[in-house]
Design a protein around this ligand. Structure first.
Ligand SMILES: Cc1cc2nc3c(=O)[nH]c(=O)nc-3n(C[C@H](O)[C@H](O)[C@H](O)COP(=O)(O)O)c2cc1C
Length: 195
């Protein structure tokens, strides 16, 4: 399955922190594409045990005041694009986004949000106390790191639940490509296709 190939690519680059950077494209409220770099924070663990099962969800952290949340509320569909130089593999992971904010009533998801906050570094946490993104630049006064146990209300966990994955491997001539599709029951099928 695609996850074992992704795990292999991540493993091969474990000495490079930037391997966790991927591009996440959403649809703007004006229907235009929006794309940005985000950090992969791992997969949601035991998502299949949740009351509403969640499969293979990628975890991303976002600021509630950024533009993503309002875009997701209008259109949850997104595509992540991730390229690994050593394995020469590209993964295009598309699916729906779910935003877990401080008001999310689902206890399991709220716990996942809190644990993700706790796993962040102080420099990552402090960004959620910065003044409002995209507003005119102001002087940032020095502040202490926020409470490491309790997330700020600006902190959200974003889950990308994949339903389609397109894997392209540049190695080989011709190159190799596979499509993975998830059905209603949550089972994945794999098809090798022309590149
Ligand atoms: C290397 C790198 C990593 C980033 N990681 C994140 C991240 O994990 N989450 C995030 O919301 N923004 C991250 N950003 C900032 C986003 O690219 C973007 O500027 C910000 O989220 C605002 O996007 P939006 O207004 O479209 O929501 C990162 C930027 C770079 C260059």
């Amino acid at each position: 399955m695609w996850r074992s190939h992704l795990a292999r690519s991540l493993h091969q680059h474990q000495d490079q922190p930037e391997v966790k950077f991927l591009q996440l494209a959403t649809v703007g409220i004006d229907q235009r594409p929006r794309n940005r770099t985000v950090v992969f924070r791992g997969f949601l663990e035991n998502g299949d045990r949740f009351q509403t099962p969640l499969q293979d969800c990628l975890k991303i952290v976002v600021d509630r005041r950024s533009q993503k949340p309002e875009q997701i509320a209008e259109n949850p569909w997104a595509e992540a694009c991730w390229y690994f130089t050593k394995t020469r593999s590209q993964f295009r992971i598309s699916g729906k986004l779910q935003l877990i904010d401080h008001q999310c009533p689902d206890l399991e998801l709220q716990t996942a949000r809190i644990e993700t906050w706790q796993a962040l570094s102080d420099p990552a946490r402090i960004q959620f106390s910065w003044p409002h993104p995209r507003e005119a630049r102001i002087h940032f006064s020095k502040t202490d790191p926020p409470n490491a146990a309790q997330p700020l209300s600006t902190f959200c966990l974003l889950l990308l639940e994949p339903t389609e994955v397109d894997r392209l491997e540049l190695r080989g001539n011709p190159q190799n490509r596979w499509l993975y599709l998830r059905d209603e029951q949550g089972n994945w099928t794999e098809q090798e296709v022309n590149p």
